[in-house]
Design a protein around this ligand. Structure first.
Ligand code: HEM
Ligand code: HEM
Length: 573
């Protein structure tokens, strides 16, 4: 195990180094004092102003009423609004491209997942083509969701957040465009390779390593603009979302490179490395991107700083310290040294620290304002995602205990947890973020608000059926497998109704994704009426100044639905 132990030791040393970076950052004041750093995402006098470009004008009015009806934002500073406008415009092309590609992958990945699901209770269906067999369509699904949808959506959202958070135009967007193109070619080539039967044979690392080279270069190029922009930042403190994004963009290439390096590990070492990668890609790539988005959009939509900024930093650093060693919990009961498994279980339990920090912060920010969820489509998705993050993590910590894992390990229960994390948490947060971002990118509002509601209820209902069905089915399956008096085949057949339920739930989720994708492209083609709403950053203001309604969020006082705009510029942000 020499090499593996060295790598694990290396990650430990990295953690200690991170501690020094932490201390140095404190000394340089990059964190800022809690209050000052927490309001950094707002312009002067903006606290109290709600913002959700995905909401209709009536919803926006009600949202403002629910939060702070007395707030007038007429005194907002034209310079700051203009700076934000320029920051948004600097990233809009690359963000629009990344999110469009992500949505295409989402639809294809869902269709592959649904096909794999049906095959588990109807194994003779569609077997005449090799690429449609379970052994290929399942990894096609997994890799498309991981590297197609989730990574592309996460990168798009991160690239949009960076200029906003650093109050600086994005520097080097062309590198990210080139990187995104290479990454996409990699995902396409990887998918075709798996379909043709070429695979590296390790879960999460199936794409042949030759194709991974494209993705390594692409990934590095995508991260480059963030570092360039950081160097030119116009803010004194780095908001917590920047920490998460920067760390994720640093951690992921290291993981991806080590995980995919050919000929480095064999046998048990390889399995250990496989799951070191497998869980780190979740915890140190998707999780930071998802949390970064939630930490920005929840306070931004509500017009209210997060509950405790210092707690958010504790959450970030404890995630950095504890997550890198948890991968061993995928091998409980396997032929690996027990100390390695025990460390991973201890670290899995320690994950309670960052999870509780995030939970307190995000939920206490929303607490008392749950009515806002009725009016803000963005918030509805993101708050749901944040709640399911807590649920997935608490479930994960319990699942890592030997007593629980003995029942759940080889069962569908794990798959239910996997979807609670990557779908319930991450994908929901990405949906909400895209609803907020796209009107800014396209300078066009979502054409049909009912489609947002249809999307929400279809994916929520579908996911509930998927998760509940599979969790129960998986648990009963595990108990049956452990019972020496039950023949193995009985433990298989008892799962069939639950697997059928998963296909029903998955079909509803896929339908929801089709509605979302259709709406996304309708927006791209500028369907729907041209509305002057909060979505428009630099809308021409057709109402003469004297006749302009009061800049209050109250829909009664703003019957024309014009945005609460800056009288000096006619601009809203
Ligand atoms: C404290 C946090 C968490 C802990 C301790 C944890 C723990 C676990 C454990 C014990 C397993 C099952 C291993 C097995 O028996 O094979 C697992 C699987 C999984 N978890 Fe988590 N989890 C956590 C959070 C998350 C989050 C936030 C996500 C998504 C972003 C996630 C996604 C997954 C996935 C996708 C799998 C399945 C991997 C595979 O088999 O391919 N988990 N987790
Ligand atoms: C963005 C949406 C989705 C994400 C992020 C996602 C994520 C995942 C992940 C991480 C796994 C690996 C689980 C594990 O090994 O434990 C997986 C497997 C799977 N997913 Fe999805 N999924 C999504 C949508 C769907 C949909 C709509 C369906 C339709 C039913 C589906 C069906 C499946 C099936 C059948 C498997 C294989 C399970 C197995 O091997 O036992 N997924 N998915």
């Amino acid at each position: 195990m020499d090499l593996t132990v060295s790598v694990l030791l290396g990650t430990f040393i990295l953690s200690v180094l991170a501690l020094f970076v932490f201390i140095a950052s404190m000394a340089k004041g990059l964190f800022g004092s809690g209050g000052a750093a927490a309001v950094q995402i707002f312009d002067r006098d903006e606290v109290g102003t709600v913002e959700d470009p995905a909401a209709t004008k009536a919803q926006r009015g009600s949202l403002q009423q629910a939060m702070d009806p007395s707030h007038l934002d007429s005194q907002r500073n034209a310079f700051e609004v203009g700076a934000r406008l320029r920051a948004d415009q600097s990233s809009s092309l690359v963000v629009g491209v990344c999110l469009t590609i992500a949505v295409v992958w989402l639809v294809l990945a869902s269709l592959a997942g649904l096909t794999a699901s049906i095959k588990m209770h109807a194994p003779d269906w569609w077997v005449e083509h090799a690429w449609l067999t379970f052994g290929r369509i399942r990894p096609i699904h997994l890799n498309l969701v991981a590297y197609g949808w989730c990574s592309m959506a996460g990168i798009g959202v991160a690239l949009w957040l960076i200029p906003r958070l650093l109050k600086t135009e994005l520097v080097g967007a062309k590198y990210a465009l080139l990187g995104g193109a290479l990454w996409t070619v990699g995902v396409m080539a990887g998918t075709v390779a798996i379909a043709l039967g070429y695979s590296d044979g390790l879960e999460w690392l199936e794409y042949p390593w030759t194709i991974d080279i494209l993705m390594v270069i692409g990934g590095a190029l995508v991260g480059f603009p963030m570092w360039l922009t950081l160097l030119r930042r116009k803010v004194a403190h780095l908001y917590v979302s920047v920490w998460y994004i920067a760390a994720g963009l640093l951690w992921f290439p290291v993981l991806f490179l080590i995980g995919n390096w050919p000929g480095l590990h064999f046998g048990v070492q390889q399995a250990t490395m496989n799951w070191w990668y497998g869980h780190n890609v979740l915890g140190l790539w998707f999780t930071p991107l998802g949390l970064a988005a939630a930490y920005y959009f929840i306070p931004k939509v509500l017009g209210k700083p997060i509950y405790s900024y210092n707690l958010s930093l504790l959450g970030f650093w404890s995630l950095a310290f504890f997550y890198s060693q948890v991968g061993g919990h995928h091998l409980i009961g396997g032929p690996v040294p027990s100390w390695l498994i025990t460390i991973s279980i201890v670290q899995s339990m320690m994950m309670v620290v960052p999870v509780v920090a995030v939970a307190i912060n995000q939920h206490f920010t929303v607490a008392g304002n749950f009515r806002a969820l009725l009016y803000s489509p963005t918030l509805r998705f993101i708050v749901l995602g944040a709640m399911l993050y807590t649920a997935a993590s608490v479930q994960g910590s319990l699942q890592a205990l030997r007593s629980v894992n003995t029942v759940t390990h080889f069962t569908h229960y794990t798959v239910a947890h996997a979807h609670l994390g990557l779908y319930g948490f991450f994908t929901m947060v990405m949906f909400g973020s895209i609803y907020f971002i796209m009107p800014r990118v396209m300078k066009w509002e979502w054409p049909y608000p009912w489609m947002i509601s249809a999307h929400f209820w279809l994916v929520l209902g579908g996911f509930a059926v998927y998760f509940i069905g599979l969790s129960f089915g998986g648990w009963y399956q595990g108990l049956a497998m452990l019972d020496k008096d039950i023949p193995f085949m009985d433990s298989v057949t008892l799962t069939i109704p639950y697997l059928q339920a998963r296909s029903v739930g998955g079909a509803l989720m896929t339908l929801g994704h089709l509605v979302f994708a259709a709406h996304f492209f309708m927006m791209g083609w500028k369907f729907g009426p041209r509305r002057l709403g909060a979505a428009l950053l630099a809308a021409p203001d057709p109402v003469p100044a004297a006749a302009r309604p009061l800049p209050s969020g109250n829909p009664e006082s703003n019957p024309a639905g014009n945005p609460a705009s800056n009288p000096a510029t006619g601009v809203v942000a």
